[in-house]
Design a binder for this molecule. Structure first.
Ligand code: NAG
Ligand code: NAG
Ligand code: NAG
Ligand code: NAG
Length: 176
């Protein structure tokens, strides 16, 4: 029975890797991409800082009679762009965050950006410790690596991971 433990640990690693698939985020929640109330002009940055974005995640913008532009930092500050990096006005825009770093979003409609229809999104660096379980030889480093990857996950993935870790711990207690 003892030799099932490595298999379980390997299985847990594969599950963790598989769980870390790309997510889709509904920008602004249920209300979507609309001019925020005048007492809440930082609404979209607040929304963005409450989420963790990874490479390959998708932002979904839902709106009516408006537009979504990806622009440079300077253009974002000025709420103006003559040559946006990305433009869409079809009412239901999916945008893939295909690199780490900052993305600057604004509305291209006159006055909307100034009233708070703008957002800065920070995409986290790709994780490099989760992809190399073979490098970890002792239980101590494995645990550290798991803890590190847990920190980088969002809450639903986190709870699933905690469950897996709990199951591993249970089996370890039973069979060791
Ligand atoms: C803005 O004002 C509304 C109504 O007066 C209030 O319900 C809401 O909590 C306020 N929002 C913020 C972020 O202060
Ligand atoms: C993002 O997707 C591309 C293509 O689907 C893939 O090659 C790349 O490894 C992915 N990056 C991450 C960090 O998952
Ligand atoms: C991300 O996508 C944009 C536009 O679709 C493209 O111009 C850019 O080269 C891509 N970046 C990477 C790192 O793949
Ligand atoms: C593997 O571990 C060694 C030392 O513990 C470290 O120097 C090295 O960068 C690690 N390699 C990878 C790919 O994580």
């Amino acid at each position: 029975m003892k030799n099932t433990t490595p298999i379980l640990i390997a299985f847990a690693f594969l599950t963790i890797l598989k769980l870390h698939t790309a997510h889709q985020f509904q920008v602004g929640g249920d209300k979507g991409w609309v001019i925020p109330p005048s007492n809440d002009t930082d609404h979209y940055n607040q929304w963005a800082t409450h989420n963790r974005f990874s490479i390959n995640d998708t932002l979904r913008f839902e709106y009516k009679k408006d537009s979504v532009l990806v622009v440079t930092k300077e253009e974002h500050e000025k709420c103006k762009s003559s040559h946006p990096l990305f433009f869409s006005d079809n009412g239901d825009t999916s945008f893939e965050l295909n690199r780490s770093g900052f993305f600057y979003f604004i509305s291209g409609d006159s006055g909307h950006c100034e009233r708070g229809l703008k957002m800065i999104v920070k995409v986290l660096e790709a994780e490099n410790n989760v992809g190399h379980p073979a490098n970890h030889t002792s239980t101590t480093t494995t645990t550290t690596s798991e803890a590190a990857s847990v920190l980088k996950m969002d809450s639903d993935t986190l709870s699933q991971t905690l469950m897996i870790v709990g199951i591993i711990a249970m089996f370890t207690v039973f069979y060791m």
